[in-house]
Structures are given as C-alpha cells and as structure tokens.
Design a protein around this ligand. Structure first.
Ligand code: 13P
Ligand code: SF4
Length: 300
C-alpha cells in the first residue's frame, strides 16, 4: 500500500534536489521509507543549519519547520501540512514572554524549541529536552525563566541548582501518561520503563530512565533491556524497533495528532506542488536565530 507512494516520493525528491528531514515521531513509512535525515528536535535544527540541499521538506510540526527556515534562510523550507501544530507552542505568545520579563527584571529567558519563532525572538536562548539543563546552566544566572513546558521545567529544576520560573504549558501527548499506567506496564509486562521528561513528575518517578528522544536510543544501546516500554509518542517504539530488533517493545500508545498530520500523500503533494513554503519575517528571524544559535553553541 505504501510502496508506490514511497517510490514516487523518492523519485521526485531526487528530481527536485530536496532533502527530507523527519522527526522521530513520524510514522515508520516516512521515517524509514522516505527520510534522508531523522532525529530529535535538536538534531533536525543542527541538520538544517548544515544542510546544502536547495529544498528542505520538514516532516514534523510547524515550529520545527520555522527553526529550519531560520537556520537555513536561503533554502526553501516546505512542510506537508501547515496545520501541524503543537500544544506547547500554542500555549504561549511573545506578549506573554514580555510580561514575564517585566515581572522578573533581568532574569534570562530560556525557551524550549517547541515555541513559535516570535517567542524565540524574545528569548535569550532556546533549548530542547536533550540539552535543557546545559542551556539553563550556560546562562550563568541564579534564576532563569524556563518556558513553556511545566513538566520539562520541573524535571530540569530537579537536575540543577538554578532557580526556575515556569510557565503552565504541557505536551498534550506526554501529559496523558499516568503513574498507575506506568506501574501496571512494569508489573504486567516485566518491562523497563523509559520516560520522556515532558511526562508528569509522578510518571518520571516510576521510570528506570528519564531522557530525551535521542537519549532514549543511547540508553537502549547501552543497557540492551529484554523488554522496554517507551513512555513517549508511540512511533518512537516502531522506529527504534528496526534499530534494536532483539528488544521487545511494549507500547503504551499515545499518538501526537499534529505529527500524524504528515502523511506519504501530503509529502508527495508537497514535493510536486512545492507547497507549503514556510516564511518567517526577517526581523523575527534575526532575533530567533540568535536564540537558536546560542542553543547550538551549547550542543548536547
Ligand atoms: P525532542 O525531539 O526534543 O525529544 O522533543 C519531543 C517532542 O515532543 C517533539 O515535539
Ligand atoms: Fe507538541 Fe507534544 Fe506533539 Fe511534540 S508530541 S509536537 S510536544 S504536542
């Protein structure tokens, strides 16, 4: 069923000189079938900054495509569905950030990459879940405004002496997991639990390992558990299964409805009609780029 689409996309991609980048939460037929580059939010931003293809097709959500455009301004950045949003990115505006700054004068702002370009533009630095603690500490301040994910913020606060001012955002996928479900999964399936720090704190307390999308893969590589439950977006287990065929993945399955708006059909249409191009106003892009580059300088 997928193969004709995969063949057509790969042909068109070569004709267009396009590079397809896919986040780890994309469906396996996209992740394994058509992507030239796959990874977490940080890896996608780094790849966009280094990319020399004329066209980038970002198979992920809108803030990821905006970040790619900001870091690769002379490339054409396309997203197959402009409506692929994110509950974290939509939880806060640039005016909210200005109000937080007014309430906490002189306190630097670190914003998760899961924010709009306008929010990044009024932040001092961006971070992802892979480098949040390092970026917060790199600010060299005793207090940092960290936004918008209250659960990632609480987790970062538990890993550093820096005091954090938090916002009330949450990921609609990870906030659904419960501690009871985690305990049940461990006991019923005798599985190790690996949780993303966007989950609520009582879920993280049940986990054998807490880590970002990329850190999860590294932990599996090192620990080689017989059976594992990834408490994160469902496609992660599908995509990692190919890399770790000997591991049995138990799937507490929450799908991100925004990530799942990207399909083989709309990737094909995207390449055929060169739509939907992502634009970021020049003044916003210049300031957002500064915050993103500060993150990239910290690295993982
Ligand atoms: P990372 O790719 O930074 O782990 O982010 C997880 C996520 O929810 C992306 O939308
Ligand atoms: Fe946003 Fe959560 Fe979906 Fe990631 S998984 S895009 S954080 S809603």
């Amino acid at each position: 069923m997928h193969l004709p689409w995969i063949d057509a996309i790969n042909r068109l991609k070569r004709e267009r000189g396009a590079m397809i980048m896919a986040h780890s939460y994309q469906s396996p037929e996209i992740f394994h079938g058509v992507a030239d580059f796959t990874g977490d939010s940080l890896a996608l931003a780094q790849a966009a900054a280094d990319c020399d293809a004329g066209i980038i097709v970002l198979c992920g959500v809108h803030f990821m495509a905006e970040s790619a455009k900001i870091l690769a301004p002379d490339r054409t950045v396309l997203i197959p569905d402009l409506e692929a949003g994110c509950s974290l990115a939509s939880s806060i505006t640039a005016d909210d950030v200005r109000a937080l700054r007014a309430q906490h004068p002189g306190v630097p702002v670190v914003s998760y990459v899961n924010t709009s370009a306008a929010v990044k533009a009024v932040s001092d630095a961006c971070c992802t879940s892979a480098n949040a603690v390092q970026v917060v500490e790199a600010m060299g301040a005793g207090k940092v405004i960290f936004l918008p994910d209250r659960f990632l913020g609480a987790y970062v606060a538990s890993q550093t002496d820096v005091e954090l001012v938090l916002w009330n955002g949450a990921c609609e996928v990870h906030e659904q997991f419960t501690a009871q479900q985690a305990r049940h999964t461990r006991e019923r399936f005798e599985a190790k639990l690996v949780a993303h720090p966007e989950c609520p704190p009582d879920v993280l307390a049940e986990a054998d390992f807490v880590g970002s999308t990329s850190a999860m893969g590294r932990w599996l590589e090192k620990e080689k558990p017989q059976r594992v439950a990834l408490i994160t977006e469902c496609s992660m287990a599908d995509n990692l299964k190919a890399q770790f065929p000997a591991i049995d993945f138990v799937k507490p399955c929450n799908l991100c409805p925004h990530m799942k708006r990207i399909t083989l059909e709309n990737i094909h249409a995207c390449l055929l009609e060169l739509k939907h191009e992502v634009h970021v106003p020049a003044d916003v892009a210049a300031d957002a780029r500064r915050a993103l580059e500060r993150m990239l300088a910290v690295g993982r």
